[in-house]
Every structure is written in C-alpha cells, then in structure tokens.
Design a protein around this ligand. Structure first.
Ligand code: ACM
Length: 532
C-alpha cells in the first residue's frame, strides 16, 4: 500500500479539506486510497494495452482517449502510442472474458495512479472498461491544469445485474438516443440495457416473418433488424448486455392492429393513443397463438444474443378472458383458476418455446405463480416483497420497485432503496444470492427523445452506485449529491443531453425574450414525485 497515506491523512486533517479531496467518483469503488502528488493530464497523455488485447479493447482505448481529450479540451498528440512504454496509462488486461457481456463476468479491476504514470489491471475486457471510466471521472482541473490525484483503487461490483430499462413504445426513441444513453450507462458501470420494445402504443422492431407488426403497429417508427444488430454490437463494445422485452399477453394492442386473430376478443384494434391498461390480450387457449409466438420468438431470439429474454407479463386485466365463454370453458377443463391461472398457463407455454431457443425467461412480478418454471427471473416492480418471495421460492430476481425514474422522485429516494433490504433481510444467504441486482426504469409516457436524457440522468447514477458499491459505502446522502453533481458534468462528455437540451428548450419557451426568468422559475420548481 502507499506509505504516504498516513502523512496525507494528517495533512488533510489539518487543512480540513478531506471532504473536498475525496475523489468525486460514482459509483464509489470498494477501496480508494489517495496519496500526495498528481499525474498531469496534458498533450503528451497516451493510453495503451500492455496485456491481453483485442479489437474491443483497442476500440475502447480509442474512445477513451477521444473522451479525455473532449473532457479537457486538450489535443492529445500521443493519445494512442504504439508502444505501451510510452503510454501515460497502461492497461494490463488478464483475459478476454465472455464474447458478450454476461452476469458471470469477472468485473474486478485495480487502478494505480502515481505522478509518473498510471496502471490499470483488469480481470477481463469488461472490467478494463470499468477502470477506464473510473480514470475518466478522476480527471479534474487543478491549479496547473488537468490532473488526476495519485490514487490506488480496487473495485468490483456488489451485484452482477445493474440495468436501465428504456420504454421506446410510448414515445419513440431513435437509435442515437439509445446510443448516447448506452455511453452514459457505461460511464457509471451499468451493464444491462433492458429494451422495452413493444406495448399498446407501439411495436418497435422490424419483423420479417410478421411485417404487419411494425407496418401497422408503429406509426412508421421502428428499428430495422440492422438497427438492432448495430445497437447490440454498440452495447457489447461498452460492456453492456441487451435484454429485449416483448410485453405479452397484455399490453399488446399494437400487435393486435395487424394480427387481431391473436386477441381474445374480435377487433378491430388500433394503436393506443392514451396511457393506462387496455383490455386487449392474447388468447392463451388457442394453439394458433403459440404457433405465431413460436415463429416470432424464433426470429427475435436470433437478433438478441443475450441468454435472457423478457416477456413482460404485467398488468393483464383479464377482462377479455372473463368475457369469453370459450376461454372460460378452457380454463375449467384445464383446472386453471381465474386470469392468474390462464396467465400461468400462457407463461409455461412461452417458457418452453424460449427454452428451445436457448433463452431464460424474465417477467414482471405478476408472473410469480406456483406453476412458473423454476429458471424464470422475476423483476419486482410492485414492491420489494415480491422479490423476497420469488427468491424464497427458488427464483432469481431483480429489483425495480423504488427505481422508477419516470416518477420524478428525488435521487435520495432511489438511493435509499436496497435490493437486499426490506423483506429480503429475512432470506437465508442462499436465497439472497438469487437476487441478482436491479434496474432503473424509464417509462416514456411523459418523456420523448428530447427530454428523456434529463429524466434518466443524473439520477440513474445514484441507482448505479446502489447496485455497484459495497453496502457499507452507501450512507451519506450529502456525499451522494456532491458526487452526483460532479458525475453529471462528466456524463455530458459521453454525449448524453440531460444538460445540453435544457437551455435551447427554455429559449424555445421564451420565444425570443430572455430565458433567464424561466430558468429561475424552472429551477425553483421541484417535481412532486411519487416517492416519499
Ligand atoms: C410496469 O411498470 N407495468 C412493469
């Protein structure tokens, strides 16, 4: 360790600047030691791989060099030296890791910064990406220019599943919105992009097998299959998994416009133009429904290499099912109790199809049922109790209750929610180990491509810290806000527009008059979120 550490503590204590000197990192690493001295970041800065390397790491180093250059405004002539000896930051990666990011990845890294240079040791390429993001957050202006304080960091995540769910159905989010949010996710070490691709208000993926899905269900706003492949590769390069969600059997109005025969009641159907729960639901009793979904899932599972596949399953109101005598007769014949029994039957059938395509099913917590296949992952959104219940019954789970960014709750509310707190405290260690992490959720009823970044950032960074950092590190809300503000500024250099869009939008409202009074009014207003 650093012999200078004790001395530094004394110096800082005397100067009473310990707080200001604490690295403005988010998420907080497992271990941070600071030492005297600093590494200057100037035009001679360069980064190179000195251990295992591949195209993904080389691309990441190129992006990193460009980012540090953007962040500092300094043109770095030696940004990517051909020899590791000449690099300011040497990246020593032990091995590749999985081809696509995976929950089993070893994400451990260690970063040593001294006045003479920096060394990043990482278990895998995915871990190296995390270490680079930590370094980028450490670059700060000082009295003599940009610098990184001498530091030793050792770090590894608390949970393997740290996600952001983005709803692209309620309001369309073009590819560039997804790209820039993936860059921001990587900056705070979020590693799962859960893409909510279909809902009542829009079906957003090109299906070649069933083209009326996007032709009639999207208002023309959908991702082509080339777009999907591009985003999956873009995310992979940044260490992020892509878990697609096709919500079924409810929230399916946009499917039913082109394929009304899937529904449990005659159409015609139209794209949802208002928010809420619609009655339209797939018919779980007809073999034709499963033939369609088999072919559909066969096509879609090819597009998404991640082993997990989300089938939604939330908010099925069961009205069409209770009003159909044929469906009721089927339920009776198969001993299925009410809408929950019918949905459990549907889920079992879908899980079998997904299993054949090599996928593990994920569903919102309504899928929890005694008949749910054991390897299903349950995503808790209606309260933390369902997460503990799922884990105690042998299911793996992820938490989203308390992480709804669209509710406009303050960051401190989200920050206070822990996947292993509440009912989960009573779990045995084995049961608790089934809790894989959590996901921030960005539903898009009240956000569009222009505003969505400002709903996600910077608050998602506080959730990222909750999911990455050791539990003991998470207590001090003042520190969280100070670091979140700093990271919010760094995030801007990733390309996300949570701050950049604010001024022009105020100017638009001001309509040629000075926007400053509007800014003061807007800044003084605080959304009254749904959190406490
Ligand atoms: C949900 O918020 N309906 C999962």
């Amino acid at each position: 360790m650093f012999p200078q550490l004790l001395l530094l503590t004394c110096v800082l204590g005397a100067a009473q600047t310990a707080r200001a000197a604490a690295p403005l990192l988010m998420p907080l690493p497992v271990k941070v030691e600071t030492a005297p001295g600093k590494l200057a970041i100037d035009g001679t800065f360069g980064v190179a791989a000195t251990g295992y390397s591949d195209r993904r790491l080389e691309l990441a180093l190129d992006r990193f060099a460009a980012r540090v250059s953007r962040q500092t405004g300094i043109r770095m002539l030696a940004a990517r030296p051909s020899s590791g000896d000449r690099a300011t930051l040497r990246v020593e990666c032990a091995g590749r890791g999985a081809e696509y990011p995976s929950p089993a990845d070893n994400e451990w890294y260690q970063l040593d910064v001294t006045p003479n240079g920096a060394r990043l040791k990482a278990a895998t390429v995915a871990a190296a990406l995390h270490g680079l993001e930590t370094f980028a957050q450490l670059v700060a202006p000082g009295p003599e220019g940009f610098q990184v304080a001498a530091t030793r960091i050792e770090d590894t995540p608390r949970f393997p599943w740290r996600g952001l769910m983005l709803d692209v159905s309620r309001h369309w989010m073009p590819v560039e919105v997804v790209e820039r949010n993936l860059d921001a996710m990587a900056a705070v070490k979020l590693n799962v992009f859960h893409w909510h691709l279909s809902d009542d208000q829009g079906f957003r993926v090109e299906s070649r097998r069933f083209p009326r899905l996007q032709q009639l269900g999207s208002d023309g706003d959908f991702y082509t299959q080339a777009d999907i492949r591009h985003v999956v590769a873009y995310a992979r390069d940044r260490g992020i998994r892509v878990v697609p969600e096709f919500d079924m059997p409810g929230h399916t109005n946009s499917w039913l416009v082109g394929y009304p025969e899937l529904a449990s009641a005659p159409g015609p159907y139209s794209i949802g133009r208002t928010w809420g729960v619609y009655d339209g639901a797939m018919d779980p009793t007809r073999e034709e429904t499963y033939e369609f979904l088999d072919a559909f899932l066969g096509e879609m599972t090819q597009l998404f290499p991640d082993p997990y596949f989300h089938i939604g399953g939330d908010e099925v109101n069961g009205k069409q099912w209770s009003q159909s005598s044929a469906i009721q007769a089927f339920a009776k014949e198969h001993n299925l109790e009410g809408a929950r029994g019918l949905q459990a039957y549907f889920n079992q059938r879908i899980q079998k199809l997904l299993q054949r395509y090599g996928k593990i099913m994920v569903g919102w917590d309504e899928v929890l049922h005694p008949d749910l296949p054991a390897d299903t992952v349950v995503q808790s959104w209606r309260g933390q109790a369902s997460l503990a219940e799922a884990a105690s019954k042998g299911f793996r789970g992820i938490l989203s209750a308390g992480y709804y960014l669209d509710h406009l709750s303050p960051a401190r509310y989200h920050y206070g929610i822990d996947p292993l707190a509440d009912a989960a405290q009573k779990l045995t260690p084995e049961e608790a180990s089934r809790i894989l992490g959590g996901e921030a959720c960005m539903w898009a009823e009240y956000a569009n491509a222009e505003t969505v970044d400002s709903r996600i950032w910077p608050r998602a960074a506080a959730i990222a810290e909750r999911l990455w950092s050791p539990k003991e590190a998470i207590a001090d809300v003042d520190s969280m806000y100070a670091r979140m503000e700093a990271v919010s500024r760094v995030l801007e250099w990733t390309g996300v527009r949570h701050r950049a869009n604010y001024g022009p939008m105020l100017d638009r409202l001001a309509a040629g008059r000075p926007a400053e009074p509007l800014r003061i009014l807007a800044d003084a207003c605080e959304a009254q979120g749904l959190g406490p």
